[in-house]
Design a protein around this ligand. Sequence first.
Ligand code: SF4
Length: 465
Amino acid sequence: MITPIQNINLHKNKKIQPQTKIQNTKTFETKSLNLNNLPSFKYQVSFGINDENSIKKYLEERSAKLERQGLEHHKLTKKDLDNIEGIQKGIKIFENLSMRQINLIAETLKEIPAQRGCYNMCVHCYAQAMPPSYQKAENKINKISFEDFENLYKGFKELNNRLGFNIFQSQDDGYCTLFHDSDSSIIYLEDKNGQTYDYIDLSKMVNEITGLPVLFDTAGWNIKDKKTQTRMEELVEKAINSDNCDFLKFNISANPFHSLYSRSLKHYNENNVEKEEKFRNIYTTRMANVLFTLSPLLEKYDINFIARALPNDMDDVNGYRENDLIDLYNEIFAKLTKMYKDDFESGNKKVIKNKEQIGKYLLDYQSKLKEITTFLGVSGRLTNIVKDKKNEVYQNSKIREFNNSRYAAKHFENGIIDINGKYYLTNWHESYKTDIQLNYENKDKQTADINPNLRRKKINKNMLN
Ligand code: SF4
């Protein structure tokens, strides 16, 4: 019998956490600088005031100075960046970018979306995701090409080699994702020869160049979508059998904002009990299937929940409050328990190999459900739910909108490389274009807007200097 979830901490986080914050698992070696082994690099003078030897000498002296100070690494200063300007020359992906611009990417990068668009259509989605098909049109792409992804990887790998250290090392508690407005379950790439790269393959590449942990967040997939179901089962098996996937952090997002549950609430408000139950049932079954499918990961990895809801004391938001979410979790866990039992008793044993595993997995999952976050960005679709502009959630979100690109240039700490190479800065409440664009083969293609609240004002090079 499943224990009902009652003691969950209804904690009101004061800091927005679009993704779970996790420990950095840097793997890049930063200590053993051997500048004599640096590959030689050819550059044409452009920003270029420094020649190859002067850059090497500068890096050597900088490294010796840090060692004398007992420091393993230090943020690259403007002086450093000016003195190594030119080191990036010849690296295709960085064509026309200065070291100050490249370093801004390294200091702020949080998202390298491989796919744009999502089927979940959550009401609270700060990225205001629309389905992938909606994001694609003539001259408009909804997926990064594998070749661009690979060139990004190779470009930073080469730059790190030339520097002798990982340029992302200033992100002490950073993370990276392969999504912006997408669910990890639908993310994979194919190269021009038809070879497929799954989430693990792509995350490995990101971790190798950044040293940062890579998040895998899912809010679920359609239970009838056999391709995604198979992809997820294969991914779980691969992660379980891999010795080196610790850089992946798995998060399951279950909340009352999913479009299916939101539809159920709409029918509730229209007194249509049959449809209310139908959509609620589809949602809780879908999430039970997600937990069931990912269960084997509990043997080896830390899976966390992203549990968000509106505060219990907020008016006029029936169905979206913390207690409503607890009811949803109880329903999901009851269905999960049945799935475990059926799996074991039917002899299928796809996930449950012995009876004890049922209790263990349920406890493991429940122990992760410690708090519900009520601190949400109120933008896009959520403004249709949170209508009272005086309430705390709305106010907390709005005071983080500045509509000031100069301010954003100095203070926004989260960067996104769109699938056409354009770089954006955001604080997860509002977003700005910058004049930085990586030299992607798809650099001339259009993409969907990067949200939340994409401002018309652009952050330019002068604001960054
Ligand atoms: S799953 Fe994530 S990206 Fe997709 S709609 Fe929901 S919040 Fe947005």
